[in-house]
Design a protein around this ligand. Structure first.
Ligand code: BDR
Ligand code: CA
Length: 321
């Protein structure tokens, strides 16, 4: 793995997507950020990506992508992320519009111009599926796809995780594409929680970015604690997909065959992970990340926030509403 792998982050910010952006800004060559409808409608996720990009003080282009899933209606998650997708902090206006409104063209053109990119989707897989369908050669040109999604249990239904549930047809295309695939699912991310102590460490860092992210995580954790019996903070899902590329030693994993249920009446968006010990199971198509060293992973996040926050505006900078 190169020291700073080149990635395109495909996201729907989203509180944990914002944390994924920070880790990507610190530890990757962030070639671009593409947005998709998911946690909030597309205009909001794009706006949020632009705002966080600005707070990070980086110049990665933001390209707006798909407003709705391939076949189904869009469905946001205001109960987890608020109506804006990033409730909980005073946020500045974005510095300008996205670089384009054709994220799929950006994905295809960039992966064709440059071999060895990682695609890191942390939202519904609509953009990635459209790019792979338009340009099947991409699967051989990219280093791989490291996605947040799926698991052996659900958060949006008893068996389905939100990103895969939101666009199961796109997820099925991605899992069937034959590209190198890594998956950080709920089994792992639910053990990666923004506890009060971890949020305090972020808040104690100087600079505006750290203050904003601490406020966002307070909101996100309150939503999780309010909705669950047994959580000490929000599951910080999305940076795990970046960390799987940048810090693979933090993870344990298994090669498995994973298929996506697209039609089940009760099982829409279920990732069917074949864990049978039989010799006759289908060959693996995915490296399923099964555990993460959560303390060490959060150390990486806190250090990334400290570094990027120090490079940006001070915490008491004027907020434009
Ligand atoms: C996923 O859904 C969203 O709420 C998060 O941003 C994450 O990508 C977790 O199911
Ligand atoms: Ca997300």
């Amino acid at each position: 793995m190169p020291e700073r792998p080149a990635i395109i982050l495909d996201c729907d910010p989203g509180h944990d997507d914002a944390i994924a952006m920070v880790v990507a800004a610190r530890h990757t060559e962030l070639v671009g950020i593409t947005t998709v409808a998911g946690n909030a409608p597309l205009a909001r996720t794009t706006r949020n990506a632009l705002i966080i990009r600005d707070l990070l003080g980086i110049d990665a282009p933001v390209h707006q992508g798909s407003a709705r899933p391939l076949l189904l209606e869009a469905h946001a998650a205001p109960e987890v992320h608020g109506a804006t997708g990033l409730d909980g902090a005073d946020l500045p206006e974005p510095s300008g519009p996205p670089a384009s409104t054709d994220a799929v063209a950006f994905l295809v053109d960039t992966c064709r111009a440059r071999e060895g990119l990682w695609l890191v989707p942390t939202g519904p897989l609509t953009n990635i599926a459209l790019a792979l369908r338009q340009a099947p050669d991409l699967r051989r040109r990219i280093a791989g796809i490291s996605l947040m999604g799926g698991g052996t249990f659900g958060n949006w239904s008893p068996v389905a995780e939100f990103n895969v549930w939101a666009d199961p047809h796109a997820a099925a295309i991605v899992f069937d594409a034959g590209a190198p695939l890594m998956m950080c699912g709920l089994d792992l991310t639910h053990r990666f929680q923004a506890t009060a102590e971890r949020i305090d460490r972020i808040r104690s860092a100087p600079g505006r970015l750290a203050a904003v992210l601490a406020d966002l995580l307070d909101f996100f954790s309150a939503a999780y604690i309010g909705r669950h019996h047994h959580m000490e903070g929000a599951a910080v899902h999305d940076p795990c997909a970046v960390l799987a590329v940048t810090h693979p030693a933090l993870f344990e994993s298994e090669e498995r065959h994973v298929a996506v249920e697209t039609t089940g009446q009760l099982t829409r968006g279920m990732t069917v992970i074949d864990r049978r010990d039989l010799r006759s199971v289908p060959p693996p198509n995915c490296r399923v990340m099964t555990s993460i060293d959560a303390d060490a992973g959060f150390d990486v996040i806190v250090e990334a926030i400290r570094t990027r926050s120090a490079a940006g505006a001070p915490a008491d900078a004027e907020v434009v509403r």
